[in-house]
Design a protein around this ligand. Structure first.
Ligand code: ATP
Ligand code: MG
Length: 331
């Protein structure tokens, strides 16, 4: 039996470079050696997009297309739609009692999101509790590993606390603690260079972006505002184009030389932007092509999701049945 991976994304928009370096790369790398379940967390997306279910619905297919585009293979990875597995809601309901409100309030990712989304005094209860539902998603599959970006570490901690508490309270070993696997870049900044690249913050370069989109977005990147003339000495710290070259340029020796040149003066931002545009275009072009191919066959994408969801549901149902037995709520 192969070890198990559970991972996934919220269908709040198509996937971007942050998803790629944070999680997708690891998923592609590990899919042959693990039994991999990939959740499209539409119910979780509704906890803050409840007023726009259509946006969530239409993005389910977009996210599935991104999976196929980056090379996730449905024969090796099971893609499934969260809302179509009611067993996950049932597990969430039982797990909700194992977590205190105070504990949920301390979750640093939730705190950040509440601030970013400007929720303040109108935090939906469903949103506040989504870490519990995410724990149910992970524990239902008895995952060993969860490839995620850094912002997800508090969710994994919460998951393990629930697993431990459940097993202790109900004298069972049916739930399994899990490890996170952070990608090559745990938190890719957005093109604004400030916050994390995120679908919700309008600062993302998407895996399906056209060559022209990439060009426009790189050209918007913040550089050194005091570097007015090419011959002026410049500052590399906080220069978003350099931050991206640090991550995506495979020739780091040259990047160091460019930094030295920029600091001395005599190197324009245009040269750096052009270099980054070429690198990103070379990386994204093959994904974009595969995405376009799959986009022509929506029936295939639907079938992949239907089959994956059916397979995932069987696994979740088995865990739910063990959970109910352990609690003695079998009639
Ligand atoms: P939303 O703004 O709707 O929350 P998002 O862009 O944060 O969307 P998610 O679907 O919440 O994307 O995240 C899916 C996975 O991608 C998670 O594992 C998350 O940690 C990872 N991820 C998202 N953004 C980044 C990023 N900028 N850098 C690294 N990993 C990321
Ligand atoms: Mg997120």
């Amino acid at each position: 039996m192969k070890p198990i991976i559970l991972t996934g994304d919220r269908p709040t928009g198509p996937l971007h470079l942050g998803h790629y370096v944070g999680s997708l790369q690891n998923r592609v790398k590990l899919q042959a050696d693990y039994q991999q379940f990939v959740i499209i967390a539409d119910a979780q997306a509704l906890t803050d997009y409840y007023d726009n279910p259509n946006l969530v619905r239409t993005n389910v297919e977009q996210v599935a297309l991104d999976y196929l585009a980056v090379g996730l293979d449905p024969a090796q990875s099971t893609f499934f739609i969260q809302s179509q597995i009611p067993e996950l809601y049932e597990l969430t309901f039982y797990f909700m009692n194992l977590v205190t409100v105070a504990r949920l309030e301390r979750n640093p990712t939730i705190k950040d999101e509440i601030r970013q989304k400007n929720m303040k005094d109108s935090i939906p209860a469903g949103f506040f509790c989504y870490p519990v539902s995410q724990a149910a998603d992970i524990l239902a599959f008895k995952a060993d590993l969860v490839p995620v970006g850094e912002d997800q570490n508090p969710m994994i901690e919460q998951t393990n606390e629930i697993a431990k508490r459940f097993n202790y309270l109900y004298k069972t070993e049916c739930l399994k603690e899990v490890k996170s696997l952070i990608g090559s870049v745990g938190r890719l900044p957005g093109i604004d260079g400030k916050t994390k690249m995120s679908k919700s913050l309008g600062n993302a370069i998407y895996l399906g972006d056209s060559a022209n989109d990439i060009k426009k977005k790189v050209n918007l990147m913040y550089t050194d505002p005091n570097h007015l003339k090419v011959e002026d000495p410049g500052t590399v710290e906080g220069h978003v184009v350099f931050s991206f070259l640090d991550i995506f340029d495979t020739n780091q020796t040259e990047v160091e030389e460019l930094k030295a040149h920029y600091r001395r003066g005599g190197l324009g931002d245009g040269v750096l932007k052009k270099r980054l545009i070429d690198i990103l275009e070379n990386m994204i072009a093959p994904m974009r092509q595969r995405r376009e191919q799959f986009q022509k066959d929506p029936a295939y994408v639907q079938e992949v999701l239907r089959n994956g969801t059916a397979r995932a549901r069987e696994v979740a149902a088995k865990t739910l049945s063990e959970v109910k037995s352990a609690m003695g709520i079998v009639y």
